[in-house]
Design a protein around this ligand. Structure first.
Ligand code: MLT
Length: 245
């Protein structure tokens, strides 16, 4: 049974220390686009995703594995990295490309946030694409829950907080818990304000603006879809796989 008064929200990967996640269930949120690409990759049959903190770690792993079964994936500042197999557009993570592959995944904020949650009791990854699956999983947890928004380079990202609010809204049946923490109040209120206009408001966010100048709007539209899948990406010994998959 979730204790709604004990849920917390961290607004960027720099706004907490690892110790604050111990013995908790962490939910990592990077709507644009790392979470959405991870969900899509698993939905399309990727075997596992190995989140890394930086290019050095990614190269070290890539050098020691069989390149037929592994793909080097990710971006820096939204742009695909030279020499990588894939960037960070969810449209690249098709069945044909990712089925049965392990993906070494390196992104500007999302994978760094995931790495910071490694000391948690449970870690899952949330996007709008799988929000109901995440909520159903959280309902089964006895530990305290922390919603970790990746943000952008230490700052908050509107779309991540909006999804945190959506998760809280669903867990609380739309009623803000009386003694909710401040972070929960902010996320809940943001979602409650914009819940009928999710895609339109996300299009106005700072990272959406950044992506529009780099690659247009297709990725943003894709990442704003709700519940296209029930996959639950779950961290297990340093790799993200399907929960019970
Ligand atoms: C990140 O990790 O910051 C993002 O996923 C950036 C992106 O849109 O590629």
């Amino acid at each position: 049974m979730v204790n709604l008064e004990k849920i917390d929200v961290f607004f960027s990967l720099n706004s907490f220390t690892e110790i604050e996640l111990r013995e908790k269930t962490s939910v990592v949120i990077d709507v644009l686009r790392a979470s959405s690409s991870i969900v899509t990759a698993l939905m399309n049959g990727a075997d596992a995703i190995i989140p890394v903190a930086d290019m050095g770690e990614a190269s070290k792993i890539a050098m020691n594995v069989d390149s037929e079964n592994y793909l080097l994936c990710g971006e820096k500042d939204g742009v695909m990295i030279d020499g990588y197999d894939l960037g960070n557009s969810p449209f690249e993570y098709t069945k044909e490309v990712v089925a049965n592959k392990k993906l070494i995944f390196n992104t500007t904020n999302g994978t760094k946030a995931i790495k910071k949650t490694f000391g948690s009791s449970n870690v899952c990854v949330a996007a709008f694409l799988n929000v109901s699956a995440v909520v159903e999983f959280l309902k089964t947890q006895d530990t305290d829950i922390v919603l970790v928004c990746a943000g952008w380079k230490g700052r908050l990202a509107f779309e991540d907080i909006l999804l945190a609010g959506n998760i809280i809204y669903k867990l609380s049946d739309g009623k803000l818990p009386e003694k909710a923490r401040d972070g929960v109040r902010v996320a809940f209120t943001l979602y409650d304000t914009y819940k009928d206009n999710i895609a339109a408001i996300i299009h106005q966010s700072n990272h959406a603006e950044r992506l529009k100048t780099l690659i247009g709007t297709d990725d943003i539209e894709y990442c704003c879809q709700t519940d296209i899948t029930d996959v639950l990406p779950y961290l297990n010994e340093g790799m993200i796989t399907l929960k019970n998959g």
